[in-house]
Design a protein around this ligand. Structure first.
Ligand SMILES: Nc1nc2c(c(=O)[nH]1)N[C@@H](CN(C=O)c1ccc(C(=O)N[C@@H](CCC(=O)O)C(=O)O)cc1)CN2
Length: 318
Protein backbone atom coordinates (compact mmCIF):
# COMPACT_ATOMS: atom_id res chain seq x y z
CA UNK A 1 0.00 0.00 0.00
CA UNK A 2 1.60 3.26 -1.07
CA UNK A 3 -0.32 6.40 -0.19
CA UNK A 4 -4.08 6.58 -0.08
CA UNK A 5 -6.44 4.28 -1.81
CA UNK A 6 -4.96 1.11 -3.23
CA UNK A 7 -6.04 -1.41 -0.64
CA UNK A 8 -9.31 -2.61 -2.03
CA UNK A 9 -7.98 -3.36 -5.53
CA UNK A 10 -8.02 -7.13 -5.02
CA UNK A 11 -11.68 -6.98 -4.05
CA UNK A 12 -12.26 -4.77 -7.01
CA UNK A 13 -10.70 -7.12 -9.58
CA UNK A 14 -13.13 -9.80 -8.45
CA UNK A 15 -16.03 -7.41 -8.94
CA UNK A 16 -14.59 -6.26 -12.24
CA UNK A 17 -14.90 -9.69 -13.80
CA UNK A 18 -18.51 -10.02 -12.69
CA UNK A 19 -19.46 -6.54 -13.86
CA UNK A 20 -17.62 -6.86 -17.15
CA UNK A 21 -19.33 -10.15 -17.86
CA UNK A 22 -22.68 -8.43 -17.32
CA UNK A 23 -21.65 -5.48 -19.53
CA UNK A 24 -22.15 -3.09 -16.62
CA UNK A 25 -20.00 -0.58 -14.82
CA UNK A 26 -17.89 -1.67 -11.86
CA UNK A 27 -19.42 -0.58 -8.56
CA UNK A 28 -17.03 1.50 -6.47
CA UNK A 29 -17.90 0.32 -2.97
CA UNK A 30 -17.44 3.32 -0.69
CA UNK A 31 -18.94 1.50 2.27
CA UNK A 32 -16.27 -1.22 2.18
CA UNK A 33 -13.47 1.24 1.46
CA UNK A 34 -14.58 3.49 4.32
CA UNK A 35 -14.38 0.50 6.66
CA UNK A 36 -10.72 -0.07 5.69
CA UNK A 37 -9.96 3.60 6.39
CA UNK A 38 -11.65 3.43 9.79
CA UNK A 39 -9.56 0.36 10.63
CA UNK A 40 -6.39 2.24 9.69
CA UNK A 41 -7.55 5.20 11.80
CA UNK A 42 -8.23 2.91 14.79
CA UNK A 43 -4.76 1.32 14.43
CA UNK A 44 -3.18 4.76 14.43
CA UNK A 45 -5.20 5.83 17.45
CA UNK A 46 -3.93 2.77 19.36
CA UNK A 47 -0.34 3.65 18.44
CA UNK A 48 -0.79 7.27 19.55
CA UNK A 49 -2.09 6.08 22.93
CA UNK A 50 0.60 3.41 23.40
CA UNK A 51 3.60 5.45 22.22
CA UNK A 52 2.64 8.98 23.28
CA UNK A 53 -0.32 8.76 25.68
CA UNK A 54 -2.37 10.91 23.30
CA UNK A 55 -6.11 10.47 22.62
CA UNK A 56 -7.29 12.40 19.54
CA UNK A 57 -10.52 14.33 20.18
CA UNK A 58 -13.21 15.52 17.78
CA UNK A 59 -15.82 18.14 18.72
CA UNK A 60 -18.99 18.29 16.62
CA UNK A 61 -21.41 21.20 16.94
CA UNK A 62 -25.02 20.73 15.88
CA UNK A 63 -27.36 23.71 15.77
CA UNK A 64 -31.09 22.98 15.58
CA UNK A 65 -32.97 19.80 14.78
CA UNK A 66 -32.62 19.19 11.05
CA UNK A 67 -33.36 15.43 10.85
CA UNK A 68 -30.62 14.61 8.32
CA UNK A 69 -28.02 16.60 10.29
CA UNK A 70 -29.03 14.78 13.48
CA UNK A 71 -28.44 11.44 11.74
CA UNK A 72 -25.02 12.52 10.41
CA UNK A 73 -23.91 13.90 13.78
CA UNK A 74 -24.96 10.68 15.53
CA UNK A 75 -23.00 8.65 12.95
CA UNK A 76 -19.95 10.88 13.46
CA UNK A 77 -20.04 10.47 17.26
CA UNK A 78 -20.46 6.69 17.03
CA UNK A 79 -17.67 6.18 14.50
CA UNK A 80 -15.35 8.53 16.43
CA UNK A 81 -15.82 6.50 19.62
CA UNK A 82 -15.50 3.19 17.76
CA UNK A 83 -12.11 4.33 16.43
CA UNK A 84 -10.97 4.93 20.03
CA UNK A 85 -11.05 8.72 19.83
CA UNK A 86 -12.78 11.13 22.20
CA UNK A 87 -16.06 12.54 20.89
CA UNK A 88 -17.45 15.83 22.18
CA UNK A 89 -20.95 16.66 21.00
CA UNK A 90 -22.44 20.12 21.43
CA UNK A 91 -26.13 20.57 20.61
CA UNK A 92 -27.44 24.12 20.45
CA UNK A 93 -30.94 25.44 20.03
CA UNK A 94 -31.99 26.49 16.50
CA UNK A 95 -32.41 30.05 17.80
CA UNK A 96 -28.83 30.33 19.10
CA UNK A 97 -27.24 33.72 18.53
CA UNK A 98 -24.19 34.22 16.37
CA UNK A 99 -22.31 35.49 19.44
CA UNK A 100 -23.06 32.38 21.52
CA UNK A 101 -22.05 30.07 18.68
CA UNK A 102 -18.80 31.98 18.18
CA UNK A 103 -18.14 31.76 21.94
CA UNK A 104 -18.43 27.99 21.81
CA UNK A 105 -16.08 27.77 18.81
CA UNK A 106 -13.51 29.93 20.64
CA UNK A 107 -13.70 27.68 23.71
CA UNK A 108 -13.10 24.61 21.55
CA UNK A 109 -10.18 26.35 19.82
CA UNK A 110 -8.30 26.54 23.14
CA UNK A 111 -9.37 23.16 24.54
CA UNK A 112 -6.27 20.90 24.47
CA UNK A 113 -8.42 17.73 24.40
CA UNK A 114 -9.99 18.84 21.12
CA UNK A 115 -7.88 18.31 17.97
CA UNK A 116 -10.69 18.65 15.43
CA UNK A 117 -13.74 20.92 15.32
CA UNK A 118 -16.68 20.50 12.96
CA UNK A 119 -19.79 22.67 12.80
CA UNK A 120 -22.50 20.68 11.08
CA UNK A 121 -23.99 22.42 8.02
CA UNK A 122 -26.43 23.85 7.12
CA UNK A 123 -26.74 26.45 9.88
CA UNK A 124 -29.94 28.40 10.57
CA UNK A 125 -30.52 31.67 8.73
CA UNK A 126 -29.69 34.06 11.59
CA UNK A 127 -26.14 32.71 11.65
CA UNK A 128 -23.41 33.92 9.29
CA UNK A 129 -21.95 30.58 8.22
CA UNK A 130 -18.74 32.04 6.77
CA UNK A 131 -17.99 33.93 9.99
CA UNK A 132 -18.48 30.78 12.09
CA UNK A 133 -16.29 28.64 9.84
CA UNK A 134 -13.56 31.28 9.83
CA UNK A 135 -13.64 31.45 13.65
CA UNK A 136 -12.41 27.84 13.83
CA UNK A 137 -8.67 27.50 14.42
CA UNK A 138 -7.40 26.44 10.93
CA UNK A 139 -5.23 23.76 12.58
CA UNK A 140 -8.39 22.18 14.08
CA UNK A 141 -10.53 22.76 10.99
CA UNK A 142 -11.08 19.09 10.09
CA UNK A 143 -13.74 20.10 7.56
CA UNK A 144 -11.18 22.16 5.62
CA UNK A 145 -13.69 25.00 5.18
CA UNK A 146 -11.67 27.81 6.84
CA UNK A 147 -10.60 30.34 4.25
CA UNK A 148 -6.94 29.73 5.06
CA UNK A 149 -7.29 26.00 4.36
CA UNK A 150 -9.22 26.79 1.16
CA UNK A 151 -6.35 29.06 0.08
CA UNK A 152 -3.65 26.59 1.05
CA UNK A 153 -5.34 23.82 -0.94
CA UNK A 154 -5.59 26.11 -3.96
CA UNK A 155 -1.93 27.08 -3.61
CA UNK A 156 -0.86 23.43 -3.44
CA UNK A 157 0.28 23.76 0.18
CA UNK A 158 -0.33 21.44 3.10
CA UNK A 159 -3.96 21.98 4.15
CA UNK A 160 -6.87 20.31 5.88
CA UNK A 161 -8.79 18.87 2.92
CA UNK A 162 -12.63 18.81 2.90
CA UNK A 163 -13.83 15.31 3.73
CA UNK A 164 -16.19 14.56 0.83
CA UNK A 165 -13.75 15.57 -1.96
CA UNK A 166 -10.95 13.73 -0.14
CA UNK A 167 -13.12 10.61 -0.06
CA UNK A 168 -13.90 10.98 -3.78
CA UNK A 169 -10.19 11.30 -4.56
CA UNK A 170 -9.40 8.17 -2.56
CA UNK A 171 -12.00 6.23 -4.53
CA UNK A 172 -10.67 7.56 -7.84
CA UNK A 173 -7.04 6.77 -7.02
CA UNK A 174 -7.98 3.32 -5.81
CA UNK A 175 -9.79 2.56 -9.03
CA UNK A 176 -7.69 4.37 -11.63
CA UNK A 177 -4.22 4.64 -10.11
CA UNK A 178 -2.75 7.72 -11.76
CA UNK A 179 -5.24 10.39 -12.80
CA UNK A 180 -2.62 12.38 -14.70
CA UNK A 181 -3.79 13.83 -18.01
CA UNK A 182 -7.39 12.65 -17.66
CA UNK A 183 -10.29 14.94 -18.51
CA UNK A 184 -12.29 15.57 -15.34
CA UNK A 185 -15.63 17.35 -15.17
CA UNK A 186 -16.97 18.48 -11.81
CA UNK A 187 -20.67 19.18 -11.94
CA UNK A 188 -21.44 21.71 -9.19
CA UNK A 189 -19.51 24.64 -7.74
CA UNK A 190 -20.23 24.49 -3.99
CA UNK A 191 -17.56 25.40 -1.44
CA UNK A 192 -18.05 22.03 0.28
CA UNK A 193 -17.59 19.76 -2.74
CA UNK A 194 -17.36 21.26 -6.24
CA UNK A 195 -14.57 23.80 -5.79
CA UNK A 196 -12.27 21.73 -3.53
CA UNK A 197 -12.86 18.67 -5.74
CA UNK A 198 -11.70 20.64 -8.77
CA UNK A 199 -8.58 21.74 -6.86
CA UNK A 200 -7.75 18.17 -5.89
CA UNK A 201 -8.18 16.92 -9.45
CA UNK A 202 -5.96 19.73 -10.71
CA UNK A 203 -3.35 18.67 -8.16
CA UNK A 204 -3.54 15.18 -9.71
CA UNK A 205 -2.78 16.76 -13.11
CA UNK A 206 -6.23 16.26 -14.57
CA UNK A 207 -7.63 18.70 -17.13
CA UNK A 208 -10.47 20.08 -15.06
CA UNK A 209 -13.77 21.67 -16.08
CA UNK A 210 -16.29 22.93 -13.54
CA UNK A 211 -19.81 22.82 -14.97
CA UNK A 212 -22.86 24.35 -13.25
CA UNK A 213 -26.42 25.55 -13.74
CA UNK A 214 -25.40 28.16 -16.33
CA UNK A 215 -23.18 25.85 -18.37
CA UNK A 216 -24.27 25.75 -22.02
CA UNK A 217 -24.77 22.35 -23.67
CA UNK A 218 -24.01 20.45 -20.50
CA UNK A 219 -24.15 17.03 -22.15
CA UNK A 220 -21.50 18.06 -24.65
CA UNK A 221 -19.24 19.01 -21.71
CA UNK A 222 -19.92 15.90 -19.61
CA UNK A 223 -19.38 13.60 -22.63
CA UNK A 224 -15.74 14.71 -22.68
CA UNK A 225 -15.16 13.48 -19.12
CA UNK A 226 -12.98 10.50 -18.31
CA UNK A 227 -13.93 11.33 -14.71
CA UNK A 228 -17.30 12.85 -13.87
CA UNK A 229 -18.00 14.05 -10.32
CA UNK A 230 -21.68 14.94 -9.92
CA UNK A 231 -22.41 17.22 -6.95
CA UNK A 232 -25.46 19.31 -7.77
CA UNK A 233 -28.15 17.95 -5.45
CA UNK A 234 -30.60 17.22 -8.28
CA UNK A 235 -31.90 13.64 -8.29
CA UNK A 236 -31.10 11.69 -11.45
CA UNK A 237 -29.90 14.74 -13.37
CA UNK A 238 -27.04 12.92 -15.11
CA UNK A 239 -28.27 10.28 -17.53
CA UNK A 240 -26.31 7.63 -19.39
CA UNK A 241 -26.44 9.52 -22.71
CA UNK A 242 -24.46 12.34 -21.04
CA UNK A 243 -21.47 10.08 -20.36
CA UNK A 244 -18.40 9.08 -22.32
CA UNK A 245 -18.40 5.28 -22.59
CA UNK A 246 -16.13 3.82 -19.90
CA UNK A 247 -16.07 7.01 -17.79
CA UNK A 248 -15.53 6.80 -14.03
CA UNK A 249 -18.55 8.39 -12.35
CA UNK A 250 -18.50 9.65 -8.77
CA UNK A 251 -22.00 10.46 -7.56
CA UNK A 252 -21.89 12.84 -4.59
CA UNK A 253 -25.64 13.53 -4.54
CA UNK A 254 -27.64 12.28 -1.58
CA UNK A 255 -31.27 13.09 -2.36
CA UNK A 256 -34.21 11.67 -0.44
CA UNK A 257 -37.17 11.15 -2.79
CA UNK A 258 -40.70 10.05 -2.00
CA UNK A 259 -42.36 7.28 -3.97
CA UNK A 260 -45.89 6.65 -2.77
CA UNK A 261 -45.65 6.07 0.98
CA UNK A 262 -41.96 5.23 0.93
CA UNK A 263 -38.82 7.36 0.69
CA UNK A 264 -35.45 6.35 -0.69
CA UNK A 265 -32.03 7.87 -1.30
CA UNK A 266 -30.89 8.53 -4.85
CA UNK A 267 -27.87 10.28 -6.29
CA UNK A 268 -27.48 13.02 -8.88
CA UNK A 269 -26.97 10.30 -11.50
CA UNK A 270 -29.70 8.15 -12.95
CA UNK A 271 -28.05 4.95 -11.79
CA UNK A 272 -29.69 2.49 -14.22
CA UNK A 273 -28.81 4.37 -17.42
CA UNK A 274 -25.37 5.57 -16.20
CA UNK A 275 -24.38 2.06 -15.18
CA UNK A 276 -24.84 0.88 -18.76
CA UNK A 277 -22.39 3.43 -20.17
CA UNK A 278 -19.88 4.14 -17.38
CA UNK A 279 -16.81 2.02 -16.72
CA UNK A 280 -17.22 2.46 -12.97
CA UNK A 281 -19.72 4.23 -10.75
CA UNK A 282 -20.36 4.88 -7.06
CA UNK A 283 -23.78 3.76 -5.78
CA UNK A 284 -26.08 5.87 -3.59
CA UNK A 285 -26.29 4.93 -0.79
CA UNK A 286 -23.00 3.17 -0.07
CA UNK A 287 -20.65 5.22 -2.24
CA UNK A 288 -19.31 8.64 -1.37
CA UNK A 289 -21.42 9.17 1.80
CA UNK A 290 -19.59 6.68 4.06
CA UNK A 291 -16.23 8.00 2.78
CA UNK A 292 -17.11 11.47 4.14
CA UNK A 293 -17.15 10.36 7.78
CA UNK A 294 -14.15 8.03 7.35
CA UNK A 295 -12.17 11.00 5.98
CA UNK A 296 -13.33 13.15 8.89
CA UNK A 297 -11.78 10.63 11.29
CA UNK A 298 -8.63 10.56 9.14
CA UNK A 299 -8.44 14.38 9.20
CA UNK A 300 -8.80 14.37 12.99
CA UNK A 301 -5.79 12.06 13.29
CA UNK A 302 -3.86 14.28 10.89
CA UNK A 303 -4.73 17.40 12.93
CA UNK A 304 -3.76 15.63 16.16
CA UNK A 305 -0.39 14.49 14.76
CA UNK A 306 0.38 17.97 13.39
CA UNK A 307 -0.56 19.59 16.75
CA UNK A 308 1.82 17.27 18.55
CA UNK A 309 4.69 17.49 16.04
CA UNK A 310 4.32 13.80 15.15
CA UNK A 311 4.67 12.14 11.74
CA UNK A 312 1.40 12.16 9.84
CA UNK A 313 -0.35 8.83 9.33
CA UNK A 314 0.55 7.17 6.07
CA UNK A 315 -2.34 6.49 3.73
CA UNK A 316 -4.75 8.87 5.45
CA UNK A 317 -3.62 12.24 4.09
CA UNK A 318 -2.71 13.63 0.68
N1 LIG B 1 -19.75 20.44 8.44
C1 LIG B 1 -20.20 19.63 7.47
N2 LIG B 1 -21.51 19.60 7.19
C2 LIG B 1 -21.94 18.79 6.18
C3 LIG B 1 -21.03 17.95 5.48
C4 LIG B 1 -19.67 18.02 5.81
O1 LIG B 1 -18.79 17.34 5.19
N3 LIG B 1 -19.29 18.86 6.81
N4 LIG B 1 -21.51 17.03 4.54
C5 LIG B 1 -22.91 16.79 4.41
C6 LIG B 1 -23.51 15.69 5.24
N5 LIG B 1 -22.63 14.59 5.73
C7 LIG B 1 -21.76 14.88 6.71
O2 LIG B 1 -21.88 15.79 7.48
C8 LIG B 1 -22.84 13.24 5.35
C9 LIG B 1 -23.74 12.89 4.37
C10 LIG B 1 -23.99 11.54 4.08
C11 LIG B 1 -23.33 10.52 4.76
C12 LIG B 1 -23.61 9.08 4.52
O3 LIG B 1 -22.93 8.23 5.03
N6 LIG B 1 -24.66 8.74 3.74
C13 LIG B 1 -25.08 7.39 3.55
C14 LIG B 1 -26.58 7.31 3.71
C15 LIG B 1 -27.03 7.71 5.10
C16 LIG B 1 -28.56 7.76 5.20
O4 LIG B 1 -29.16 6.71 5.22
O5 LIG B 1 -29.09 8.88 5.31
C17 LIG B 1 -24.70 6.93 2.13
O6 LIG B 1 -24.59 7.76 1.23
O7 LIG B 1 -24.53 5.71 1.97
C18 LIG B 1 -22.41 10.88 5.70
C19 LIG B 1 -22.17 12.22 6.00
C20 LIG B 1 -23.72 18.04 4.73
N7 LIG B 1 -23.26 18.71 5.88
Amino acid sequence: MTGIGTESSAMESARMTQSEAAGEAILLDGKAFAATIRTRVADHVSRLAADHGIVPGLAVVLVGEDPASQVYVRMKGKQTREAGMASFEHRLDATVSQADLLDLVRQLNVDPAVHGILVQLPLPEQVDTGAVLDAIDPAKDVDGFHVSNVGRLGAGQKAMVPCTPLGCLMLLRDHLGSLSGLDAVVLGRSNIVGKPMAQLLLRESCTVTIAHSRTRDLAEVTRRADILVAAVGRPGMVTGDMLKPGATVIDVGINRITEGDATRLVGDCDFASCREVAGAITPVPGGVGPMTIACLLANTITACCRANGLAEPEGLTL
